[in-house]
Write a protein that binds this ligand. Structure first.
Ligand code: UT7
Length: 335
């Protein structure tokens, strides 16, 4: 019997810039404290990409370069590259194209996906379809954001949360039962008013006036977003478990978007998972938007075992949210 082709992750990598912005340093910039940030979010420090004219692609290139090296993949073999980001280098062309060109991936299908903090899981589910149909054999998915480029560092309600970083995975076909088994993804555009960047798009091109009003920065109504996130991320994880007959003991890892430790704890509680089975690196990187989930996979790669059941879950601007169920394909580090 021929078994279904599934898209399995066969390598992961991550890249964060060197500069560490600590809670202490932020406390000197705005009216905040390490105690407030740690207790409300779980974040201790985040990375910031410094350097003139360095966009998100600079981090994505590093992450994908490492991924290709680790997995022994020749750039010429890559069929497709998807880049999840809300901080593209340019409005167009896609950052995916810039990354592809820099790494010698010529004439591949590459494009960006904009689903904010859910960008990586939306891109992973999209890329998997191309693998499952048999159309493509090696697909790179990179999640990257240079949030520091759209954050107002005089606004204490947003500047403490976000950081810069990138993570990437390689997807390849599998017929042994590993890979992406299910997903449930959602968008609800009524959430736009609570979390957006107003100026700089076609509705409100940047003008001196909206620039002076800081409308080119992230606007977030934190509590409204928190309330929606805490319920919906937990619920979608539970639904994916239910419809795949997974009990808490069957789930080896929850790989959650790292926006706020309290949101992560709520999802783990709904799923019945103890904290040692929840990937967490928010304390080191903060919320890197599309980068959080692959950066978690990269940090925890050594602990992962062939056959582990993973639930990847995210929530973000849009609103967008969802969960993926996948069976991990390999033991420990791929080097
Ligand atoms: O990943 C994308 C999706 N985004 C999210 O998932 C973010 C969801 N939201 C959150 O994580 C939380 O709402 C925040 C971390 C943004 C804020 O935490 P909160 O517990 O909801 O705080 P709050 O907005 O209710 O503010 C409580 C108080 C306020 O002061 P008053 O009005 O009670 O005097 C804020 O002004 O905390 C104040 N505050 C701060 N104080 C010190 C807000 N930010 C800070 C700060 N330092 N950085």
């Amino acid at each position: 019997m021929i078994s279904k082709i599934r898209a399995a992750i066969t390598g992961v990598s991550g890249y964060v810039p060197d500069y560490i912005l600590t809670n202490e340093e932020l406390s000197q910039m705005v009216d905040t404290s390490d105690e407030w940030i740690t207790s409300r979010t779980g974040i201790k420090e985040r990375r910031i990409l410094k350097g003139k004219n360095k966009g998100a692609s600079a981090m994505a290139i590093e992450a994908v370069k490492k991924l290709l090296h680790k997995t022994g993949t020749d750039p010429q073999e890559v069929d497709m590259l998807l880049c999840a980001t809300v901080t593209p280098d340019y409005t167009f062309p896609a950052t995916a194209n810039i990354v592809s060109a820099a790494l010698g991936l010529r004439q591949v299908l590459s494009y960006d996906i904009n689903a904010a903090c859910s960008g990586f899981i939306f891109a992973l589910a999209t890329a998997a379809q191309f693998v499952e149909t048999g159309a493509y054999k090696k697909v790179v998915v990179v999640g990257v954001d240079k949030m520091s480029s759209i954050i107002d560092y005089s606004d204490r309600t947003t500047c403490v949360i976000f950081g810069d970083g990138a993570g990437a995975v390689l997807l390849e076909p599998d017929q042994e039962g590993y890979g992406l088994l299910d997903f449930k993804l959602h968008s609800d555009g009524t959430g736009c008013k609570y979390l957006h960047k107003k100026a700089g798009g076609s509705a409100f091109p940047v003008t001196i006036r909206n620039f002076l009003e800081n409308q080119h920065y992230v606007y977030q109504e934190g509590q409204a977003v928190f309330k929606f996130a805490v319920v919906n991320m937990a619920e979608v994880c539970y639904e994916v478990m239910q419809r795949n007959g997974l009990k808490a003991e069957d789930v080896h890892w929850l790989v959650p978007h790292q926006a706020n430790k309290r949101i992560i704890d709520a999802a783990a509680e709904r799923m019945g998972l103890p904290e040692e089975r929840v990937m967490l690196n928010i304390q080191k990187y903060g919320n890197t938007t599309a980068g959080t989930i692959p950066l978690c996979l990269n940090d925890y790669e050594q602990a992962l075992r062939r056959g582990d059941n993973l639930i990847l879950a995210a929530f973000g601007g849009g609103f967008t949210w969802g969960a993926l169920y996948l069976k991990w394909k390999y033991d420990g580090h791929r080097s």
